[in-house]
Design a binder for this molecule. Structure first.
Ligand code: ADP
Ligand code: ADP
Length: 230
């Protein structure tokens, strides 16, 4: 699953009393479940805002954000918490906790009682294996390369069995070979775990590997193309 629909979504940020920015301006978009979508466009175009609205990290000023038939803007805080648990986020700068091992970073989003702790550790170990880090469970982030840190972050994003993976410049801090590996990993996970991938990127090669590329400019979609990727 992971069907996303934005209908006439507008997000306005106010700066001081008289200045306002239309980060998104009446955006309409439908994203098929299980598909991979790149969102590109110049800095300030509204890309992160779109991700944040889909991930319920922020609310629209007007319009509807619907995921798998549920309207996010109508949800109460507790429903939003449940919803966010089924979303995986991956960031440019990994955002790992430096004092925790790779395994504990993967476990960080999970709050469990003692009864379920063992099962959670087993799942985290499986996820580290899935991202190719079977032997690095006990490593600290400082002992890992950038690509390995992003793999840990991806395993962490998967711990809640998300239906959506939202990635903000996931390759932006990696050299191009490592970036390609991470991209391949994200695309193959999206397929094997049946997740929708929405990825902000400035990299045309990365975008071309996705099934679809949406270009934003000044809060509007200026181009929407289905490529050969995926
Ligand atoms: P992109 O990700 O494409 O660079 P963003 O979605 O981050 O664009 O930002 C879109 C516009 O909204 C920009 O003009 C940005 O400065 C503005 N903006 C984003 N977040 C905030 C905020 N929290 N407060 C004020 N303005 C913001
Ligand atoms: P940058 O490297 O430019 O800081 P990131 O991709 O790391 O960009 O982060 C993208 C956005 O997500 C930022 O606005 C940041 O504040 C927010 N963010 C980063 N980490 C988290 C997190 N763990 N939970 C929620 N929001 C986050």
């Amino acid at each position: 699953t992971g069907r996303i629909e934005l209908r006439q979504v507008t997000k306005v940020y106010r700066r001081g009393t008289d200045q306002e920015v239309r980060a998104l301006d009446a955006v309409d978009v439908k994203i098929d479940p299980g598909s991979s979508v790149a969102v590109t466009g110049p800095s300030g175009a509204g890309k992160s805002t779109m991700l944040h609205l889909i991930g319920a990290m922020d609310r629209p000023d007007s319009g509807e954000v619907e995921v798998d038939g549920e309207r996010l803007e109508l949800m109460r805080d507790r429903q939003l918490d449940d919803y966010r648990r089924r979303i995986g986020f991956v960031f440019q700068r990994f955002h790992l906790l430096p004092a925790l091992t790779a395994l504990d970073n993967v476990l960080a989003p999970v709050i469990t009682d003692r009864r379920r702790a063992k099962a959670a550790r087993a799942r985290a170990t499986d996820l580290l294996r899935l991202v190719g880090l079977r032997d690095r469970a006990a490593s600290l982030p400082s002992q890992l390369s950038g690509g390995q840190m992003q793999r840990v972050a991806i395993a962490r994003a998967l711990i809640g069995a998300p239906r959506l993976l939202l990635a903000d410049e996931p390759t932006g801090n990696l050299d191009s070979d490592t970036g390609k590996e991470i991209l391949e990993l994200l695309l193959s996970l999206c397929e094997s775990e049946n997740m929708t991938l929405v990825m902000v990127t400035h990299n045309d090669e990365v975008a071309a590997a996705c099934q679809r590329t949406i270009v934003l400019r000044d809060g509007r979609i200026t181009s929407d193309t289905r490529g050969s990727g995926g």
